[in-house]
Design a protein around this ligand. Sequence first.
Ligand SMILES: *[C@@H]1O[C@H](CO)[C@@H](O)[C@H](O)[C@H]1NC(C)=O
Ligand SMILES: *[C@@H]1O[C@H](CO)[C@@H](O)[C@H](O)[C@H]1NC(C)=O
Ligand SMILES: *[C@@H]1O[C@H](CO)[C@@H](O)[C@H](O)[C@H]1NC(C)=O
Ligand SMILES: *[C@@H]1O[C@H](CO)[C@@H](O)[C@H](O)[C@H]1NC(C)=O
Ligand SMILES: *[C@@H]1O[C@H](CO)[C@@H](O)[C@H](O)[C@H]1NC(C)=O
Ligand SMILES: *[C@@H]1O[C@H](CO)[C@@H](O)[C@H](O)[C@H]1NC(C)=O
Length: 498
Amino acid sequence: MFLWLLLLMLSPVGIWSDWLSIDMPRYAYEGDQVVVRCSGEENNKIKRLMYYKDGSRISTYYSTSSYVISNARPSDSGSYYCKADRKFFLFVDVTEETRSTWLTVQELFPAPVMTARPLLPTEGNSVTLSCDTQLPSDRSKTQLQYSFFRDGHTLRTKWSSSEFWISALWKEDSGYYWCEAMTSSHSVSKRSHRSYIHVQRIPVSGVFMETQPQEGQAIEGKMLVFVCSVVEGTGEISFSWHREDTRECLGRKTVRSQRSELEIPVIRESHAGGYYCTADNNHGLIQSEIVNITVRIPVSHPLLTISVPGNQIFIGDMVELHCEDKRASPPVLYSFYHENISIGNISVPSGGGVSFNLSLTAEHNGNYFCEANNGLVAQRSEMVALNITEPPVKIRLMNGLHRCEGRVEVEKNGHWGTVCDDGWDMNEVTVVCRELGCGAAKHTPAGMLYPPVAKEDQPVFIQVAMCNGTEDTLAECEQVETFDCGHDEDAGAVCEGG
Ligand SMILES: *[C@@H]1O[C@H](CO)[C@@H](O)[C@H](O)[C@H]1NC(C)=O
Ligand SMILES: *[C@@H]1O[C@H](CO)[C@@H](O)[C@H](O)[C@H]1NC(C)=O
Ligand SMILES: *[C@@H]1O[C@H](CO)[C@@H](O)[C@H](O)[C@H]1NC(C)=O
Ligand SMILES: *[C@@H]1O[C@H](CO)[C@@H](O)[C@H](O)[C@H]1NC(C)=O
Ligand SMILES: *[C@@H]1O[C@H](CO)[C@@H](O)[C@H](O)[C@H]1NC(C)=O
Ligand SMILES: *[C@@H]1O[C@H](CO)[C@@H](O)[C@H](O)[C@H]1NC(C)=O
């Protein structure tokens, strides 16, 4: 009995036996859960269960329990085995041990490699970043998510594609870029190396300025647009516009564009002159050629004036129609209208108005206007009325020896009447003789001297005519209409001619 006990106590302890077995996979991928299960033939006899890896104890349980590697790493690769203390007899325990089992944890995917296409991007162009890695064929369905970073910034996270398209990169976007690939459960994530992307800037060149309207043909009161462009140049370009003479800056704009506009909303005459623009993207300022701005002034207020010889105008008179728009830029085409009918067109190649002479007939009565047109706009003058008076008073000498002697009679509205001799002297006779083309005056006889006397029903038209002797017609002399005069006071005249 003692010997038997002794034998038992000396029996080899820690030798593996079939009583305790280990169950675990031989291969796993990073991120997998790996369960190492050790169990005995009678688990309730296990008092203590110890798990070992590469000879070192990694866990101890006082019951039967599995050892779980929840997120396997390649470093979890190694040789695993268990030892268990089990009740043997009364207070006697024995230690059982499993054989060793080798676990290999393989990389799920290598660290991604980030590449940029194109490798040397120029500003403003698109760039595609690729985050490339490789899943094993038996895990090819594993979903990976990709994130892209620049310096301290996150550009895009949890992107389902390994390619990330950036529509435009600028010089200031130069920097270190990297990416990260991660399983959707976040169990495995790996970063690429950082790669420096240098975004190249192309200096500005071929700066030129245009205008709208083209060729600097500005119109007073209208808008003028200066357009500054570059043939080449990337990134933010600072444009500015200047007057050539004063170098005064009209405006500046900094834009990510090869073209920029400056509007002058209302052009004035003083805007005429030379202009240029400049462009710069921090590689030195480039200036455009000079563009000359000419300011054309549209027709605005043509003025029609009609110069007439006296207060009244008669058939046969010459009148001068003058039309002018003082400010309009030449050449100007002036058109004259009478009662809406064109009567003449005159073009003026340089400044100044135009005149148009009319020898009046009865048909010239009516309304006139002129129109000025310098290709920008046509404008009409105000209407001017021309009121032509019929030659008012005709004159004759009645019952004398010849037509240059006799009783003075004047015609009004188709009726002949006499002139009262109040104040009738040589001045009046001088005018009468001149009007009749009868030479110088000779006498101022009474009308009564030329019988038969005027009929009773014949009117006396003029009470007093006050001529100074220089007038061409009696009608031009100041006159007082009849208030009290009989035919016994009729005036007469004798002229040299006849
Ligand atoms: C602009 O005008 C100036 C003088 O008025 C002239 O010398 C120059 O040749 C003109 N430039 C252009 C581009 O027409
Ligand atoms: C001239 O034209 C205007 C409008 O165009 C019209 O009102 C006017 O009656 C016309 N006059 C004549 C005489 O035709
Ligand atoms: C003036 O020009 C207009 C338009 O061209 C034309 O209709 C008109 O007949 C011309 N007038 C005269 C008097 O020639
Ligand atoms: C119109 O007549 C005036 C004088 O009556 C003359 O000085 C002028 O030259 C004339 N104009 C034209 C266009 O014939
Ligand atoms: C034209 O003149 C006559 C006489 O001076 C006057 O009676 C007439 O009203 C005038 N007509 C117009 C349209 O001015
Ligand atoms: C004579 O009268 C006419 C018309 O009233 C005037 O124009 C002229 O100046 C006068 N001449 C003299 C010498 O008084």
